[in-house]
Structures are given as structure tokens and as C-alpha cells.
Design a protein around this ligand. Structure first.
Ligand code: SF4
Length: 223
């Protein structure tokens, strides 16, 4: 069944994951347009679908505003998950510029740790990853069976064949909310200190960790 989903539509992949894993399924989002489209589809397939958002403590206000905007627009149940280490403790232990000095460690503490903790409660993790987002994502399958800390976890990517244009068409066609940062030149939005506006038409993630070799936080490469 899992391999036959390679040609499934987003609706079909979502139906399969909710039917197979039920309450042990959740979507993750950082409220980019892909995540918004995914939540919209999931809320149609399974009203009240569980969603989690990792609040690193470094998000833009416009991103945080999306929690309320989405919940008033569609039936999804958004859980905000915070890192174990508070920003204050992180600053005491590592200084207040870990994102500059060692962004991999900062992402580990603020994104990977809370994500892994959340995943211990799940059997299926649904993402808005797409193949056209860059070379590290170009070969992603629809269904990706992973082992995380000794447990089997099924990662499902229903939008994997969608393009950026498809995502925006869906968002606009349904009048869905999106962060106004996208109208100010941010093609991809992550944490405030590590995100710059970018109008690079070929790489939508060019504004993330701009000027560094880093292209991923590790959430989707380590897990
Ligand atoms: S994206 Fe930047 S601020 Fe956010 S967790 Fe990673 S290094 Fe830290």
C-alpha cells in the first residue's frame, strides 16, 4: 500500500494516513503556504486534524499570528510545542548568539529536540515537503518509513509533487490566510535571525541561513 501511494493525490495520501494511523497522526507546520494548503486539505479529510508547531522562541510575530488566523479559518487542532531549554537558559549556557556561532546546535536545541519529543506520541508524521524546494528534497517519496530513536515512524509527504505555483494557487483559490512576510519578499520563512527576504526565483529557500552553507535545520534530514 505504501509504495502504491507514490502516485496518490494529496487527498488520497491524507485519507490513507488518517485511516491507517488515526489519532497517532499529526501534521507539522511553520505556517508557510505549503503548510497552510496541507492543513486545509487535512481539515477536509479529517476535521479536527492534529497539527503541531515548534515555537523556537525566534519566530516572527507574523508567523505567531497565523495560529489564530488558521484556527478561525479551518477545523484543525494546533498544538504549540516549545523546546525543553528556555531561551533564557540557552543564553545563560551558550550565550545569546548561538544561532550565529553554532546554528546547527541552536537548531538541535530549538527544533530537533522538541520535534523528536512530539514524535514519541505519534506513529505518522505528515509534512508539506515538496521535491521542488531544492536539491535536498528532490527525491523525497510520498511515504517514508523512518526509525526514530528505535521506533518506527511513517513520514508522509502528500504535497511532494506539488510545485510552489500549485501551492500558491491553492492558497489563493480558497482565500486561505498566509503571512504578510511573503508579500514583502520572504519566499520562505523560518526563525527571524536566520531568515532574509529573497527573490531568487530558482531557490525558494535562498533566504534561509543566507551566506552560510547550512540549508536545512535538520528536522527533515536527521529525522
Ligand atoms: S533557524 Fe536559527 S534561530 Fe532558529 S533554531 Fe535554527 S539557528 Fe536557531
Amino acid at each position: 500500500m505504501e509504495t502504491s501511494l507514490e502516485t496518490a493525490t494529496a487527498h488520497e495520501a491524507l485519507s490513507w494516513v488518517f485511516e491507517t494511523f488515526g489519532e497517532r497522526t499529526a501534521l507539522s507546520t511553520a505556517f508557510g503556504p505549503g503548510g497552510v494548503a496541507l492543513m486545509h486539505l487535512a481539515s477536509q479529510v479529517n476535521p479536527g486534524a492534529k497539527v503541531f508547531f515548534i515555537d523556537t522562541g525566534f519566530h516572527f510575530d507574523e508567523t505567531l499570528d497565523m495560529i489564530q488566523r488558521i484556527q478561525t479559518r479551518m477545523p484543525v487542532d494546533i498544538e504549540v510545542v516549545e523546546p525543553t531549554l528556555s531561551l533564557e537558559r540557552q543564553a545563560l549556557i551558550h550565550g545569546d548568539a548561538l544561532h550565529v556561532l553554532n546554528p546547527d546546535q541552536c537548531c538541535e536545541l530549538r527544533k530537533i529536540e522538541p520535534t523528536k519529543r512530539m514524535l514519541t506520541r505519534l506513529d505518522a508524521w505528515v509534512t508539506a515537503l515538496r521535491r521542488d524546494q531544492g536539491p535536498t528534497r528532490a527525491k523525497l517519496p510520498v511515504v517514508d518509513v523512518r526509525e526514530v530513536d528505535g521506533r518506527r515512524l511513517v513520514k508522509v509527504n502528500p504535497l511532494v509533487t506539488w510545485t510552489r505555483k500549485d501551492v500558491w494557487q491553492h492558497v489563493h483559490a480558497h482565500g486561505l490566510p498566509y503571512t504578510p512576510l511573503h508579500d514583502r519578499g520572504y519566499s520562505s520563512v523560518g526563525c527571524r535571525p536566520c531568515t532574509r527576504p529573497s527573490r531568487d526565483g530558482t531557490d525558494e529557500r535562498a533566504g534561509r541561513w543566507a551566506g552560510r552553507k547550512k540549508t536545512e535545520c535538520g528536522m527533515h534530514t536527521q529525522i
